[in-house]
Design a protein around this ligand. Structure first.
Ligand code: ARG
Length: 454
């Protein structure tokens, strides 16, 4: 592609070191679409005859068909996907192929291809996010009113429900969806026409090319367009947050499926055994998801570090953007699919949940609220309940079983109806504010999600 100026062939090690075809071949569909749009703009500018354009278009389409059929020979001598396809085109159709690269550089070409790839993968990821949400909503509905302790510091805190807990993840994934939709707007701009750095003296219709490729507009500065990898960092950040959410859910499920908690049972199809211990049933999917979140952050950090010191505009360092990007999309896509399937197949064990949530200490805060309703300032109420808890724990008696006399010995503010606090129905019904784990809220939210995700 650049023999004119050179008197030596590129060294083998340099070819090996610099090739990107082993991974950027994945851009082939976008590269071909970009080239067809670019050729059409050349046709419309009078730079290609109808016949030349037709030869380019059908040549590129036949290459596309061969790649998809697995009949295409990629060569590292041609470095990347752009040169592999262009050189094969010229081999197939002759002279018109050599005109294709007019007013274009691999710099704006790779930026175009990567944006198209990102956009397509964002769309897929958004669908997979919704599939995951649907699985969680159905599971939340199935076990909406099963009560469990909610935890802070992994210590029992206050009662919640399986429905409320699972819907928390649906909210997170909804933000992830919105974040991707927003990111997509910045991805979806056409850099084509920026050339190597400074546009071209041959002015093709950038807007028409952008429209053909489904871009919402064109970039406004050729140097920025060539150098910009924000859209990749942003995408990798969005995927990292999804990974974080799935990782936190995984940790909950690792705990829930343990013998100690026993809140849920994961299906045999989504767990693995031990090669040594015959009794084991391990939540590997959860652990892998937790582990893979680190890899997603690594990909984000790789790209940020690769870009941070680069002078404008293109530098070869930027070739290092693709493997992390591809890897993150592939990782998140599998993670969402396998987790959706695992959640759908998961069973909740109501007896174990009931046993755990029957701990009356979960209602200690409700007891303080009871005193507040009787006029005791909250800080003081907190102290009076703390004392009752200390007696209960010290005498190995459930808090709810302390006698009226014991309560009133702590403070006369405890009334005869103090034991009415120890009622989970009451505890949930009193929490009427939006966002609280009240069964009506949960039901409303489930209906909301079912409609939104329909
Ligand atoms: N394979 C290159 C990349 O991924 C394409 C752009 C090459 N541009 C260049 N000036 N060498 O970045």
């Amino acid at each position: 592609m650049w023999t004119g100026r050179f008197s030596q062939a590129t060294a083998d090690l340099v070819l090996q070191y610099g090739e990107s075809i082993s991974y950027d071949w994945k851009l082939y569909r976008h590269d071909i679409a970009g080239s067809i749009a670019h050729a059409r703009a050349q046709l419309n500018a009078g730079m290609l005859t109808q016949e030349e354009f037709a030869a380019i278009e059908s040549g590129l389409k036949s290459i596309l068909a061969d790649i998809e059929a697995g009949n295409f020979q990629w060569s590292i001598k041609l470095e990347d996907v752009h040169m592999n396809i262009e050189s094969e085109l010229t081999r197939r159709i002759g002279a018109p192929g050599a005109k294709l690269h007019t007013a274009r550089s691999r710099n704006d070409q790779v930026a175009t291809d990567t944006r198209l790839y990102c956009r397509a993968e964002i769309d897929t990821t958004m669908q997979l996010l919704q599939d995951m949400q649907r699985a969680l909503v159905l599971k939340a509905e199935e076990y909406a009113e099963i009560r469990i302790p909610g935890y802070t510091h992994l210590q029992r805190a206050q009662p919640v429900t399986i429905g409320h807990h699972l819907l928390a993840y649906v909210e997170m994934l909804d933000r992830d969806y919105a974040r991707l939709a927003d990111c997509r707007r910045r991805v979806n701009v056409s850099p084509l026409g920026s050339g190597a750095i400074a546009g071209s003296t041959i002015n093709l219709n950038r807007a028409a090319i952008a429209e053909e490729l489904g871009f919402a507009g064109v970039t406004e500065n050729s140097m920025d367009a060539i150098a910009d990898r924000d859209y990749i960092m942003e995408t990798l950040f969005c995927l990292s947050v999804i990974g974080t959410h799935l990782s936190r859910m995984s940790e909950d499920l690792v705990l829930w499926s343990s013998a100690e908690f026993g809140f849920c049972t994961l299906s045999d199809a989504h767990t693995t055994g031990s090669s040594l211990m015959p009794q084991k049933k391990n939540p590997d999917v959860c652990e892998l998801t937790r582990g893979k979140s680190g890899r997603l952050y690594g990909n984000l950090v790789s790209v940020m570090v690769a870009v941070k010191g680069l002078p404008l505009t293109y530098n070869r360092d930027l070739q290092e953007d693709k493997e992390p990007l591809f890897d993150s999309f592939e990782t998140i896509s599998l993670a969402l699919r396998v987790n959706a399937e695992m959640v759908a197949a998961m069973r909740i064990n109501p007896e174990r949940c009931d046993a755990a949530v029957s701990d009356p200490l979960l209602l200690a805060t409700d007891l303080a609220d009871y005193l507040v309703r009787r006029g005791v300032p909250f800080r003081h109420a907190h102290e009076l309940v703390g004392k009752a808890v200390a007696i209960a724990v010290g005498s190995n008696t459930p808090l709810s079983q302390l006698s009226l006399e014991q309560f009133q010995a702590i403070s006369p503010e405890y009334g005869e109806d103090v034991h009415s606090v120890f009622n989970l129905d009451r505890a949930f019904q009193l929490r009427t504010n939006p966002g609280a784990p009240n069964p009506d809220n949960t039901e409303r939210r489930i209906a909301y999600w079912k409609q939104k995700l329909a």
